[in-house]
Design a protein around this ligand. Sequence first.
Ligand SMILES: NC(=O)C1=CN([C@@H]2O[C@H](COP(=O)(O)OP(=O)(O)OC[C@H]3O[C@@H](n4cnc5c(N)ncnc54)[C@H](O)[C@@H]3O)[C@@H](O)[C@H]2O)[C@@H](O)CC1
Ligand SMILES: Nc1ncnc2c1ncn2[C@@H]1O[C@H](COP(=O)(O)OP(=O)(O)O)[C@@H](O)[C@H]1O
Ligand SMILES: [K+]
Length: 511
Amino acid sequence: MHLYTAQEMRDLDQYTIQEVGIPGVVLMENAGRMVTEEILRRHPHPGRAVILTGGGNNGGDGFVIARLLWGAGWDVSVWITGTQEKMSAETATNYHVCRRLQLPMEHFTSDKGDSLSPLLQQADVVVDALLGTGVKGPLRPPYGALIERVNRDTKGWVLAVDTPSGVETDNGSIETIAIRADVTVSLVGPKWCHYLRPGAEYVGELVIADIGIPKEVARKMGTSARLNGPEEWKEFFLPRSRWSHKGTHGHLLVLGGSKGMLGAVKMSGVAAYRTGVGLVTLGVPESQLTTLGPSITEALLWGWPEDELGQFGNDIPVDWRERSNRFKAMAIGPGLGKVSNGQEWIRQLLQGDHPIVLDADGLNLLALDPSLLKERSAPTILTPHPGEMARLLNTSVQEVERFRPEVAKEWAHTYGVTVVLKGSHTVIATPDGRQWVQPKASPALAKAGSGDVLTGIIGALLARGWTSATAALAGVWLHNSAGELAVTSSSHSVLATDVIQCIGDAIQLID
Ligand SMILES: NC(=O)C1=CN([C@@H]2O[C@H](COP(=O)(O)OP(=O)(O)OC[C@H]3O[C@@H](n4cnc5c(N)ncnc54)[C@H](O)[C@@H]3O)[C@@H](O)[C@H]2O)[C@@H](O)CC1
Ligand SMILES: Nc1ncnc2c1ncn2[C@@H]1O[C@H](COP(=O)(O)OP(=O)(O)O)[C@@H](O)[C@H]1O
Ligand SMILES: [K+]
């Protein structure tokens, strides 16, 4: 599914109106009708609605909603912000219709707030049709005062048309204040702000409304970003052939598991097996083999040179070259810990032509010299959480979170790698400039070990021959779905090992 910026949305609207010839007023009618249907679905009997309209086309949608609810027997009260002279032709048309029908309409000014408050308190639904994709910069008066009152006085629920007013469409920032919606009905498709904080926290439940722009037209116009879902990659998830053997499904080497962190490498290995890889080798510091051995039955184990503290890094094994040919891909990082000869150690591993997924301390080693990536031609996936991304960029976590799409895109482009910038709505960026957002977020995953599971899943897909883009996308989706499925009682109680158990069920969800 397409994920829109404000400009991409405007371009699609303009193309539909000017080139395809569907009049803007028809699109506005469809938008208003879809939103009204959503209200009536949730509140089938006539009730009370306060409809707040702004000066742009978002406000125009509000006038359509007012008319349709009124027609369905609702008691409506329309509060207008913005002047009639600045209305677009479509918005003005719908405003005049409401006037001719003599709907109760009032122009909002700060001194009228006290008359609005009782209506907000009595309303079953408050419709926010103040500002949509056209908002720019800090709110001008009286929007701030109005929004503050809505957030304070509304007792029923708030429905935002397209975006909660006050939230910037492309980056989810809130310069002043924003409507706290219970439901947001996004027109045509989702917008970036529905997934980026802080704006995303104001969206409530997100509903997508089709306003009659032909799918072919939307496809032709396209967007630079999409939502992650099975339709992006499911063609690669083939049934397991009855003629296959373990070698057919790839061999993954996971490097990690320093003293005290063996659980991480083990979880990655088991998650990889659950994702269907044929063979997993766990490479751990030599002295850890005796501890790891009894706890994992299916993996092959390989002891790596270590220093006197039991951590990697004296060197890579002398037989690395001949043995490395057996592996189809590598996952470097789960429980890797410190590596005494770190920069040289990671350089030698990145030099090879294995597809690699780098996580955790693997990323911290990379941060010593990210330019190593530029020498690689094989697929590389980085899976940083915001803290690791900040270390790679030598910046703060706040900066990374503020510019999530830009950071992932820029890094992917500069270093020719696929970036999986983790978080509630993980952003995935590929070197060719494409981006995806994981739309569903499972908070059960907010627990130690989740990242190791993701690394194992992605590593498995790389070892099975998937491209880095498809492995990253399918990996993030399977991980999140398994996280959701693992919630059998409370999302507080899910363990990373429970998530691993659910990978099979997540695969079953791919339709
Ligand atoms: N044909 C179309 O383009 C369609 C657009 N639709 C609706 O139109 C919306 C976009 O319409 P517009 O481009 O008119 O934009 P908006 O309705 O989001 O807002 C633009 C208006 O807000 C004012 N404004 C912008 N930033 C402000 C700020 N910081 N403080 C105070 N006022 C500010 C502008 O001066 C302008 O009057 C969409 O979100 C959607 O709801 C729908 O009607 C479907 C069809
Ligand atoms: N609230 C959340 N909603 C959705 N996914 C989450 C949430 N919190 C964490 N995750 C996911 O869980 C994983 C955590 O990874 P990471 O921070 O590396 O954990 P660890 O290092 O403990 O294994 C990431 O894939 C992240 O996207
Ligand atoms: K709005």
